[in-house]
Design a protein around this ligand. Structure first.
Ligand code: XBP
Ligand code: MG
Length: 254
């Protein structure tokens, strides 16, 4: 049985609840600026999250949800330019402090650092979205808490493909057997388990009813001493919030 040495975190939905009140708002601002009569509601956006990657999600929407839409110069180029404006609006929201970390995230990151547990990030989102989120919530020095920030187009295939987690493992020179992944969605869970990683899931509003069979444990949040988590699947033993001690216990039992 390997010892737990590394924590690999997803970002959107895991470190922060970014989708419905963050990315979705930024997409709609970009559509409005471009003069498009598109509006992604919370409900529609939940369907569009089936596709990871903002550029890919725009193309999915055009191809699968619009009757007709034509654009000069090709859809991929159009989506890329529109996505650049969406990222601009999203970064503005982050800079204004509009997107907080989820409960327990700051505490666990600091605990892991103090305990000498190595950390990395494996996400589909645009790299700048990660550094701006960390800077706006924990300060710019927090970027260095992670040995690798594997994000966006750095790999050929986005989640649910395992590529981004495999890239992070390779950059950190660690094995799946000594690493625990943190995810929030089925696409992310399939990616982390596809890379051979034990995975702790913290669900969000969009993913609460998804089937995470095979996860080490499924929780509603990481929680804190005075704000305990709810276990949705798995065995937390006597623990009531996610701590380094709990993770080591979970990892040894799984
Ligand atoms: C979630 C995603 C991303 C975000 C939007 O990433 O699939 O596409 O929804 O960010 P993860 P971009 O859960 O892996 O962090 O528009 O920059 O893609
Ligand atoms: Mg996610």
């Amino acid at each position: 049985m390997s010892k737990l040495k590394v924590l690999l975190f997803d970002v959107d939905g895991t470190l922060a609840d970014t989708e419905a009140d963050g990315h979705r708002i930024a997409f709609n601002k970009a559509f409005s600026e471009a003069g498009l009569d598109w509006h992604w509601s919370v409900e529609l956006y939940g369907q569009l999250l089936a596709v990871t990657g903002g550029k890919e999600r725009i193309q999915y929407y055009v191809n699968d949800f619009l009757e007709t839409f034509t654009v000069n110069g090709g859809l991929a180029e159009f989506a890329t330019e529109l996505h650049q404006r969406k990222t601009h609006f999203y970064l503005e929201m982050l800079q204004q402090g509009e997107i907080p970390l989820r409960p327990g995230v700051e505490r666990l990151l600091k605990e892991a650092r103090e305990a000498g547990v190595r950390m990395g990030i494996a996400t589909t989102t645009t790299p700048a979205n990660v550094t701006y989120l960390l800077t706006s919530t924990l300060g710019a020095e927090s970027i260095d808490w992670f040995e690798v920030i594997a994000a966006g187009d750095i790999v050929p295939a986005k989640k649910p493909a395992p590529d981004i987690f495999e890239y992070a493992l390779q950059k950190m020179n660690v094995t799946p057997e000594e690493t625990l992944a943190f995810e929030d969605s089925l696409n992310g869970f399939r990616s982390s388990t596809g890379a051979g990683l034990k995975t702790l899931v913290t669900v969000n509003g969009y993913t609460r009813d998804d089937d995470f069979s095979g996860a080490s444990i499924v929780l509603d949040k990481l929680g804190d001493r005075e704000d305990p988590f709810t276990v949705l699947a798995g065995d937390a033993n006597s623990h009531t919030y996610v701590s380094v001690e709990m993770l080591r216990d979970l990892f040894s039992r799984d």
